[in-house]
Design a protein around this ligand. Structure first.
Ligand SMILES: C[S@@+](CC[C@H](N)C(=O)[O-])C[C@H]1O[C@@H](n2cnc3c(N)ncnc32)[C@H](O)[C@@H]1O
Length: 241
């Protein structure tokens, strides 16, 4: 008797989501090692496209102690699904606070401004975007280049050294190629002395009209003591202070 081959489910997270998670876990590990810099406060992590809550649950598992995890999604259906998924992760991390907003991510400046003052002072350690539509939801409600860029710009400006932003792009979506190009143009313009930018894409799928996905990772480089001293002038650099 021949046994049928086992049915394998698609592995989760996907390869690109796994890379995104690894990059964010790296930022969290760096924070644990070197601390929050001047503020001494625990960090904020943002899931700008909360969806079904997989990425936010991951952020919560690797968040440094006392972190604030903000999740944003424009659809009530996503907020409900994510709230349910995050239940267990929340219980496992009682030291962290999770706040979910049923709002558009281009409203992040207003969302941030509405946080209690002590939370607004916290450093931003990471942010994740998984673009497109909600799996199992309304495919007409999907992210758009202009609003994605507005949210990304807000997070780029706030990101702390050693922090990381990740954007998972889908060229198979309506407007997906334009959205990926817009994100890439923004990422490519980041100064290399201050930022490490990596673009990882499907190599065996057609980007135009196809189903290619890609991941844009933006890591803010730590400012070395030497460079800070150089910025203060040649005397300070040579003084060993
Ligand atoms: C691919 S799903 C995100 C998957 C999610 N990160 C997860 O782990 O399950 C994309 C989500 O972006 C949301 N979205 C679309 N436009 C948005 C906007 N302007 N602001 C916030 N969320 C938006 C959709 O409602 C959808 O839930």
């Amino acid at each position: 008797m021949t046994s049928s081959p086992p049915v394998l489910l698609p592995s989760r997270p996907s390869l690109l989501d796994g890379l995104a998670h690894a990059a964010l876990a790296r930022a969290c590990a760096a924070f644990r090692q070197s601390g929050s810099g001047e503020s001494g406060l625990p960090p904020v992590l943002v899931d700008a496209t909360l969806g079904n809550g997989h990425d936010a649950a991951f952020l919560l598992t690797c968040a440094p102690p006392g972190s604030l995890v903000l999740g944003v999604d424009i659809q009530p259906q996503a907020v409900r699904a994510a709230t349910a998924r995050l239940e267990a992760a929340r219980q496992a991390r009682p030291d962290c606070r999770v706040q979910i907003f049923c709002r558009a991510h281009q409203e992040l400046p207003q969302i941030w401004a509405g946080l209690p003052p002590e939370e607004r002072q916290r450093p931003l350690l990471g942010g994740i975007f998984n673009l497109g539509w909600l799996p199992g939801g309304d495919r007409a409600c999907l992210t758009r280049a202009d609003t994605t860029l507005a949210a990304l710009d807000f997070l780029l400006e706030r990101l702390m050294p050693q922090g990381c932003l990740s954007v998972h792009c889908y060229t198979g979506n309506d407007g997906g190629p334009e959205e990926e190009s817009a994100v890439l143009r923004r990422a490519e313009a980041l100064p290399p002395r201050r930022w490490r930018v990596v673009h990882c894409r499907d190599a065996n799928r057609e980007p135009a009209g196809g189903r290619a996905e890609s991941l844009v990772l933006m890591e803010r480089l730590p400012v070395s003591r030497r460079r800070m001293q150089a910025a203060d002038g040649p005397q300070a650099e040579g003084s060993g202070a």
